[in-house]
Design a protein around this ligand. Structure first.
Ligand SMILES: [Zn+2]
Length: 209
């Protein structure tokens, strides 16, 4: 009964997390109702996501249109944080999600670099892709003049999965860092870095241990 174009839209959008077929259907009609200009703007925004690349060091996002400007240079596949010489490249914070980086950057008190590990679904066990991200981190650390990070901060959410994984990461990185700390004070158990306000995050960073 629905035109094929709308069916396609519903099929694609209902595959996205937290959007079901009913919501996708409602969304389709909302967008159609808001006119052709809005449809083009949305299509451009989606198209733009094709130019997004993943940083080869920390796995945060960056735009390939910015990267191609410096193509051939070693910083071609680095995000704006990893390619920033003003950052402290001997201090690493391991976080679960891109949105954690956004919250921490908004706070503005952290000047090291990051490593996005991916969401922890099991306590104390890393997925294969997470293991390979950890080896990328170790390789970066081994290339440092001292072959050790000055500090690795575990920005892992305080819950059962997070606590078990934090102990695992501490063991894994013990040879690779002069200091391994964990932020947490001030973030309630079961709370999340992503949703903590700037003051809470600031205290959590200062009170790391
Ligand atoms: Zn990066």
């Amino acid at each position: 009964m629905l035109p094929k174009e709308i069916q396609n839209f519903i099929e694609e959008f209902s595959r996205l997390p937290s959007i079901g077929p009913r919501q996708a259907t409602r969304l389709a009609f909302r967008i159609i109702g808001s006119g052709l200009g809005k449809v083009s703007a949305l299509a451009d925004a989606l198209e733009g996501l094709k130019r997004i690349r993943i940083c080869s060091q920390c796995f945060f996002v960056h735009s390939s249109s910015a990267a191609s400007a410096k193509e051939g240079s070693p910083s071609a596949n680095l995000c704006s944080i990893c390619s920033n010489p003003e950052r402290d490249h001997t201090t690493f914070m391991i976080v679960e999600k891109e949105t954690d980086v956004l919250s921490l950057e908004r706070m503005g008190k952290y000047h090291g670099v990051y490593m996005i590990l991916g969401e922890l679904t099991k306590g104390g066990v890393l997925e294969e892709y997470q293991k390979s991200r950890m080896s990328v981190l170790k390789k970066i650390i081994e290339k440092l003049p001292e072959k050790k990070a000055r500090e690795v901060i575990l920005g892992i959410n305080p819950n059962v999965h997070g606590d078990l994984t934090a102990s695992l990461l501490k063991r894994e990185l013990s040879e690779h860092a002069q200091r391994i700390s964990r932020i947490g004070r001030g973030i309630p158990i079961g709370g999340e870095i992503e949703f903590a306000d700037e003051d809470t995050l600031g205290h959590a960073l200062e009170g790391r241990n």
